[in-house]
Ligand binder design. Sequence first.
Ligand code: ADE
Length: 227
Amino acid sequence: MRIDIISVVPELLESPLNQSILRRAQEKGLVEIVVHNLHDYAHDKRKTTDDYPFGGEAGMVMKCEPVFELIEKLQSERDYDEIIFTSPDGITYDQHEANRLSTLGNIIILCGHYKGIDFRIREHLITREISIGDYVLTGGELAAAIITDSVVRLIPGAIGDEESALTDCFQDDLLAPPVYTRPADFRGWKVPDVLLSGNFAEIEKWKETQAYERTKQLRPDLLEKLE
Ligand code: ADE
């Protein structure tokens, strides 16, 4: 898989994309993540990527020319399955969308900035607009990092025990059951007996019940969706 991320503040993406599982997935050749500085595609002296809005609104707007030039250059080099724009207007990101994106070959993520982007970019280039929640960020970089992180960990081989991505919280629209490690007794707080029993059928049953009960208590909306 290849993920191209377009940003006016690429420094914001450096650390989140180059640690831990994401770094190892790139080293193993499972994913290629390329961050582009949009300023490199602005041809005036000041490398301007934004301009004043027509109609006198407050704030600046991301210009068409650098975005079209860069995306069309990328498209001339390979096919892209999705060109994503990170924006509070988009569909709300969830595990289903992460699963879908993880099965794609090449994607572009354009990080929104300023007051917004020229609407012609959204009309003629963007195929998907994604919001990570109903709140406004300074820019789309953190949203792009979240999308990339959640997608890359689903690529087979990205995490050691492949099964653990399949048993993630939300994979079956349920929260994950509690987990414990040693010691079995910490300050008198004991790990549930069933987990020490070695009876795997019972352990599975316990996990399923716990996942259901925790979801009912903490996120009843997920159960409503299931029904
Ligand atoms: N850019 C600004 N706010 C955002 C959000 N909530 N999701 C995605 N991109 C954004």
